[in-house]
Design a protein around this ligand. Structure first.
Ligand SMILES: Cc1cc2nc3c(=O)[nH]c(=O)nc-3n(C[C@H](O)[C@H](O)[C@H](O)COP(=O)(O)OP(=O)(O)OC[C@H]3O[C@@H](n4cnc5c(N)ncnc54)[C@H](O)[C@@H]3O)c2cc1C
Ligand code: FES
Length: 272
C-alpha cells in the first residue's frame, strides 16, 4: 500500500528532551546508520522533519566542544513495539558531534528532541526526488510513501558514499563526481534530462547548498514546482535563537521552524 505524504507538514514534538536507546549501528559505505527507540515520542514524524541529537554520555566531556545538540533528518520511522517510534538516522562524520553519535553502540542511551520543523507537503502528479550526499536521508522515508513510479535521482562524491543508494527500494538513477558508481557527473544533470523529457512534475530535493541552488534555478527556468529541504547551522532547533535564518522573497525565515522544507519559489536567486 502506498501512502501519500501528509498534508499537514508538521508533527508536534513533545516539549522535552528525551532519552532513546540505540538499537542498531551499521556502516553504510561512507555513512553510518544509527537506529534508536524513541519510546515516548510520536510514531508519525513527517518526512523532512528533523531531530536534535546528542549522546547521553561524554557529549561535551573529555575533549570538549559539542555542548549544543546537532540537527539530523530522520531517514525512516516505524511504530515501535510498546509505543513511540523506531527512528533511523543516516550520519556523515564531519566533526566531533557526528563522530560521537556515530560511535554509539547498541544498548546505550542517546538524547533527542523532535520531530521539529515542517516536512515535505503533499503534491499531486509525478514526483521527482533529488538527493545529494547525506541529503538523501529525508528522501528515504518520503520515497517509501510514494507510488513506485516516483523517480529517484541521487548524486554522491564516490562509490563509497553511493552505497546509501541501496537503502532505497527500486533502482534510483545514480551519478557520482568521480564516475566510480553510476554516471560521472552531477545529480542536476540527471534532473535536467528528466525534466527535459517531461516537465509535468513536482521536485523534492535535499542536498548541499550549491546543489539546491542549481535545482531551484533549473526548476524556476522550466516552471516546475519544487520543495527544498535546507540545511543551516542550528543552535536551538525550535525558533528561539535566530541562528538559522535564511532570506526569502517574503522576509527572513527560520529554517528550523518555517522549514527545513521550503517552497523553491520563496527562495531568492543565488542560494539560501
Ligand atoms: C535540518 C538539518 C538536517 C540535517 N540532517 C542531517 C542528516 O540526516 N545526516 C547528517 O549527517 N547531517 C545532517 N545535518 C548536518 C549536521 O547537523 C551537521 O553535520 C552536524 O551538526 C555537524 O556537527 P559536528 O559537531 O560533527 O561538526 P561541526 O564541527 O559542528 O561542523 C563540522 C563542519 O560542518 C559544517 N557544518 C556544521 N553544521 C552544518 C550544517 N547544518 N550545514 C552545513 N554545514 C554544517 C561546519 O561549518 C564545519 O565545517 C543536518 C542539518 C540540518 C540543519
Ligand atoms: S536554530 Fe534557533 S531559531 Fe532556528
Amino acid at each position: 500500500m502506498t501512502v501519500e505524504p501528509a498534508t499537514e507538514p508538521r508533527t508536534l514534538a513533545p516539549p522535552e528532551r528525551r532519552v532513546a536507546e540505540v538499537t542498531a549501528n551499521e556502516p553504510v559505505g561512507a555513512y553510518t546508520l544509527l537506529r534508536a527507540r524513541d519510546a515516548a515520542g510520536p510514531p508519525d514524524p513527517v518526512p523532512g522533519q528533523f531531530y536534535m541529537l546528542s549522546t547521553a554520555e561524554r557529549w561535551g566531556g573529555d575533549d570538549g566542544r559539542p555542548y549544543l545538540p546537532r540537527a539530523f533528518s530522520f531517514a525512516r520511522a516505524r511504530p515501535a513495539a510498546g509505543g513511540g517510534a523506531e527512528l533511523d538516522f543516516l550520519l556523515e562524520e564531519v566533526g566531533p558531534g557526528t563522530r560521537r553519535l556515530a560511535a554509539l553502540r547498541t544498548g546505550v542511551e542517546q538524547r533527542l528532541v523532535g520531530p521539529l520543523g515542517e516536512g515535505f507537503r503533499a503534491a499531486t502528479g509525478r514526483r521527482v526526488l533529488v538527493g545529494g550526499g547525506i541529503g538523501v536521508a529525508p528522501l528515504l522515508c518520503l520515497a517509501d510513501g510514494l507510488s513506485p513510479d516516483a523517480r529517484i535521482l541521487l548524486g554522491f562524491r564516490s562509490a563509497a558514499h553511493a552505497e546509501a543508494a541501496r537503502l532505497f527500494e527500486g533502482e534510483p538513477a545514480l551519478a557520482t563526481d568521480d564516475g566510480s558508481a553510476g554516471r560521472a557527473g552531477l545529480v542536476t544533470d540527471l534532473l535536467r534530462e528528466e525534466l527535459d523529457a517531461d516537465r509535468s512534475a513536482t521536485v523534492f530535493a535535499c542536498g548541499p547548498p550549491a546543489m539546491l541552488e542549481a535545482v531551484r534555478s533549473l526548476c524556476a527556468d522550466l516552471g516546475v514546482p519544487a520543495q527544498l529541504a535546507l540545511e543551516s547551522g542550528m543552535a536551538c532547533g525550535f525558533g528561539a535563537c535566530m541562528g538559522c535564518v535564511v532570506e526569502t522573497r517574503d522576509g527572513y525565515a527560520r529554517v528550523c521552524l518555517d522549514g527545513p522544507v521550503i517552497e523553491a519559489e520563496r527562495l531568492c536567486p543565488g542560494g539560501p
